[in-house]
Design a binder for this molecule. Structure first.
Ligand code: DCC
Length: 262
């Protein structure tokens, strides 16, 4: 049986979707043109500022879930994926939840389109938008990663394989690519915990270089959640955890759905 919270969230999302569509349709009918009166959309979005989001808005029913294994994954990446996946919660046909405390977060290249209520908006506002970390089509060339969240401990781990397009110093991963994956993992973790957020700051210390093509773990844990502020800490380690590559803290501020679309 689906949890009551999830059912409630679905109802809210359906209502959200209607509100968003209503705002859009008014403008489309008025102008007969897909250039949107952004202020009208913004004002209709203001009404949904206090919506409580589902812990994770994406189901595994999108066209391509980028967090699933593909042939470019090295054996270490596959092994770690299977390790965490074997501890993941599964739901039986009868709705019973079995197995461990982890869940794998599905990941798509179009964050708006596959979020509840976002399908209509994505056609007009961000038709060409693609998630930065998921827009290199060649498998294994860029960011290969899968994120798992531990619901009991409220921690998060990402298995990350850095492809050849992420080079910085010869043979090593670019610092900006490391920052990107840390921002993505902590941002995803914060969104899972607190709903829609924006990164307010990310403070990074690079301790040891990451070899290009290697598989590392990105760990994220909660420092503090205080009102709109979610403070997380993050470490990138070698896949066996013995070597620290990078550490960071990130502050995420909860925002309204409208903020994310403007
Ligand atoms: C589901 C999808 C999955 C999709 C999965 C994809 C995951 C990818 C995640 C990527 C995430 C990103 O890269 S986001 C993109 C990069 N980030 C940005 O562009 C953010 C730009 N900045 C902003 O938009 C804004 O400054 C905000 C939203 C962060 C805050 O603005 P605001 O909403 O007006 O809030 P404001 O009143 O200023 O601040 C609220 C409280 O936070 C504090 N505060 C605000 N900023 C800071 C700061 N930098 N450092 C310290 N503290 C700060 C304030 O002092 C205040 O504390 P007090 O007085 O209340 O105590």
């Amino acid at each position: 049986m689906l949890g009551r919270g999830l059912q409630m969230t679905r109802v809210i999302c359906r209502l959200m979707s209607r509100k968003l569509s209503a705002g859009l349709h008014r403008n489309i009918l008025k102008n007969m043109h897909p250039s949107i009166d952004i202020w009208s959309v913004r004002s209709s979005l203001k009404n949904i500022r206090s919506v409580t989001m589902a812990p994770w808005p994406f189901s595994s029913s999108g066209p391509r879930d980028y967090s699933l294994p593909n042939p470019s994954w090295r054996s270490e990446m596959q092994r770690l994926y299977e390790h965490y996946n074997s501890m993941c919660e599964v739901e039986t046909e009868g709705g019973e939840k079995l197995k461990g405390p982890w869940i794998r977060l599905a990941s798509y290249n179009r964050a708006l389109k596959y979020a509840p209520g976002g399908q209509c908006l994505s056609k007009f506002l961000q038709a060409k938008a693609r998630l930065f970390t998921r827009n290199i089509e060649e498998q294994g060339a860029g960011f290969e990663y899968v994120v798992f969240v531990n619901k009991q401990e409220k921690t998060c781990v990402c298995v990350f394989q850095a492809g050849h397009l992420l080079e910085g110093p010869p043979g090593l991963v670019h610092g900006g690519a490391i920052a990107t994956i840390m921002d993505s993992v902590t941002g995803t973790h914060a969104a899972y915990l607190s709903g829609p957020v924006m990164t307010a700051n990310l403070t990074i210390n690079y301790r040891s270089p990451i070899p290009l093509g290697s598989v590392v773990l990105v760990h994220s844990s909660v420092g503090e959640i205080d009102g709109r502020k979610t403070l997380l800490s993050c470490q990138v380690t070698s896949s066996d955890g013995s070597k620290l590559h990078t550490e960071a803290t990130g502050l995420f501020i909860s925002v309204s759905v409208g903020n994310l679309l403007m």
